[in-house]
Design a protein around this ligand. Structure first.
Ligand SMILES: Cc1cc2nc3c(=O)[nH]c(=O)nc-3n(C[C@H](O)[C@H](O)[C@H](O)COP(=O)(O)OP(=O)(O)OC[C@H]3O[C@@H](n4cnc5c(N)ncnc54)[C@H](O)[C@@H]3O)c2cc1C
Length: 493
């Protein structure tokens, strides 16, 4: 007799949706989380008069009531739709390279085309052709994932979809500024347009333009707490401040866990929301199959981030933030910016999120919460001597602020509270190798067309989260629920 039907290790997005889906379907589930709050990356923290959002910039996959996309459906399925106040953003983003261009794209196909035509006259026909291709490739790709036979999909979908995004941009546009503006979402994948497939960035653009970018009043912590609430309401059991140290096995099958207080619990299914390397490290080394070692060895730990969380004594309008999300770059050379993410030479591209353009309740009236994020691999930070760390951190922060100042002059002077997170901070908090925020490098081979990493090489042990395919909010929230449904179906069969 097992103690639980399922044990879920980690209360990040995927752990939470897996646990809540299982428990609400009647599977007795134990959720174990190292920290004292649910959410993993999906959390926030207090500084002075401000609450600082850790990770959520723009939530995708929601859609309007009446034109809902998958996440809105998931919120209903989990019984939390009424507990969340979703906040819609009007703009996709502002993209700017100081001295070269500055354009704000509304979150609509026509609005974005108009804005691009105004900023880069003479490109309307190309933009419309490009937008048509985005929609066509995404529709084809999604049809394949839903099981439509490849022979019934236009060959163009595969021909264009698997090419680098940059090649397709180059083919459509002569002006490098419009290419730079249209590729700005590469920061959400951590790989520049030359290294991501057309379909991967197309998915993001189609999702945000077609179904709008969203936020949540109370930030990502409100979402994490709501999902935990749904889990507890259904009778689920959670242990916070508890780390799973060992996944127990019998005859090569995962059968339970041992936590850091020495307690053991057994279950039919073990779901890990921890990183893949740490999940395998929880097994007795003798139980890690050679195929798992090969799999781990073939993948590259992804990018982390350097973030300035700021409480500013000024409104977004006073600071010059016209859109909630701004991508600011030193120039249009995305490959050089990507290369700089392994060095401390200084920020060349940042994502500035002004959370009070569409307020989520994190700053008092007359003030605002802004985060400035630049992607960084942990390598360069690992090499900094402890004695030099504080200096390196503040020197790098100055370069981030310099870039921000070029489009929002005066932002430095408005700082009332600031907290700086480096890849080392994120490694410590998340416990992930390299402080990686999206799991492994998000190249084509990590996509669902090529890899289903939720099936581990150990029976009874399953994984869900950023390290199991695609990182980010929508993919991880969906992945946990999807895995839970698969386990429930297997149980029912
Ligand atoms: C600074 C930052 C900015 C980001 N920006 C964006 C963005 O703009 N858009 C976007 O979509 N995504 C963004 N992300 C990424 C996104 O937040 C993550 O990909 C996603 O939240 C990861 O969810 P997850 O399910 O993989 O779990 P995680 O959030 O990684 O959580 C895993 C959980 O498991 C727990 N755990 C691990 N090991 C154990 C153990 N042994 N025992 C018990 N508990 C354990 C951890 O404590 C943690 O709570 C950002 C992330 C960060 C950090």
């Amino acid at each position: 007799m097992v103690d639980y039907d399922a044990i879920v290790i980690g209360a990040g997005n995927a752990g939470l949706t897996a646990a809540a889906t299982l428990q609400r379907a009647g599977a007795r589930t134990l959720l174990v989380e190292r920290h004292n709050v649910p959410g993993g990356c999906a959390t926030s923290f207090r500084r002075g008069r401000f609450e600082f959002e850790v990770a959520l910039h723009q939530l995708s996959g929601v859609g309007e009531e009446g034109q809902a996309f998958s996440l809105r459906g998931l919120f209903h399925q989990l019984g939390i739709a009424d507990r969340l106040e979703l906040v819609r953003e009007d703009d996709l983003y502002r993209a700017a390279v100081p001295g070269r261009y500055d354009v704000t794209l509304p979150a609509s196909w026509d609005g974005a085309a108009d804005a691009l035509e105004e900023a880069f006259p003479g490109n309307r026909a190309r933009v419309e052709r490009f937008f048509r291709l985005l929609k066509e490739v995404v529709a084809g790709y999604n049809a394949v994932l839903r099981g439509r036979p490849a022979r019934r999909i236009k060959p163009e979908v595969f021909r264009q979809g698997l090419r680098p995004f940059k090649d397709v941009l180059d083919e459509h546009f002569d002006d490098e500024r419009i290419r730079s503006a249209l590729g700005a979402y590469w920061h959400y994948l951590g790989q520049p347009p030359s290294r991501v497939t057309f379909q991967d960035l197309a998915q993001i653009l189609v999702m945000y333009i077609g179904f709008k970018p969203w936020h949540i009043r109370g930030g990502s912590q409100a979402l994490s707490s709501a999902i935990l609430g749904a889990f507890l309401d259904a009778g689920g059991e959670v242990r916070f401040n508890t780390t799973v140290e060992r996944v127990l096995t019998e005859g090569g099958r995962a059968v339970g866990v041992r936590t850091d207080d020495g307690t053991e619990a057994t279950a039919t299914d073990i779901v890990s929301n921890a990183s893949l390397p740490l999940t395998y490290a929880m097994l007795d080394p003798a139980d890690v199959p050679a195929a798992a070692r090969r799999d781990l060895g073939s993948r590259r730990v992804g990018v982390s981030a350097f973030v300035l969380h700021m409480g500013l004594d000024a409104t977004p309008r006073e600071l010059g933030f016209t859109a909630a999300t701004s991508f600011l770059a030193a120039d249009t050379d995305d490959d050089r910016t990507f290369a700089s993410m392994r060095t401390l030479e200084g920020a060349r591209g940042i994502c500035a999120t002004a959370y009070d353009v569409h307020p989520i309740g994190f700053a008092p009236s007359g003030a605002s919460h802004v985060s400035l994020l630049t992607l960084q691999y942990a390598d360069a930070w690992d090499a900094v001597r402890p004695a030099d760390y504080a200096r390196a951190k503040f020197a790098y922060a100055e370069t981030v602020l310099d870039l921000a100042e070029s489009v929002t002059p005066g932002i430095r002077d408005a700082i009332e509270e600031v907290d700086v997170a480096t890849p080392l901070t994120l490694t410590r908090y998340l416990g992930h190798p390299g402080g990686a925020i999206y799991g492994y490098d998000q190249d084509a081979t990590e996509g669902p067309l090529f890899r289903d990493a939720s099936r581990t090489h150990v029976p009874g042990l399953h994984t869900a989260g950023a390290w199991t395919g695609v990182g980010g909010f929508q993919p991880t929230l969906e992945a946990g629920a999807r895995l839970a449904l698969r386990l429930l179906h297997a149980r029912a069969a």
